[in-house]
Design a protein around this ligand. Structure first.
Ligand SMILES: [Zn+2]
Length: 72
């Protein structure tokens, strides 16, 4: 079985649209909502999880944490 690819989290800087793709090649380089081209992307490892929050003053906050392994 091939090594799992990291998922990628895409965030549009213009409208805050965001999405997670398991295959980066599917993400494209345009926002699906506003067609903006300023997208931030963050790789997400298969054993990582994160919380996303947006605040008008503080901007976008991403908190990454390691997922508990089911085999641990
Ligand atoms: Zn957008």
């Amino acid at each position: 079985m091939p090594k799992a690819q990291p998922s990628v989290f895409i965030l549009c800087e213009a409208c805050r649209w965001c999405a997670t793709y398991t295959d980066k090649s599917r993400a494209g380089d345009r926002c699906a909502t506003c067609s903006g081209s300023v997208l931030s992307s963050f790789p997400i490892m298969p054993d990582e999880a994160f919380t996303f929050s947006y605040d008008e003053k503080r901007g976008v906050e991403l908190d990454f944490f390691r997922r508990a392994s089911p085999k641990a």
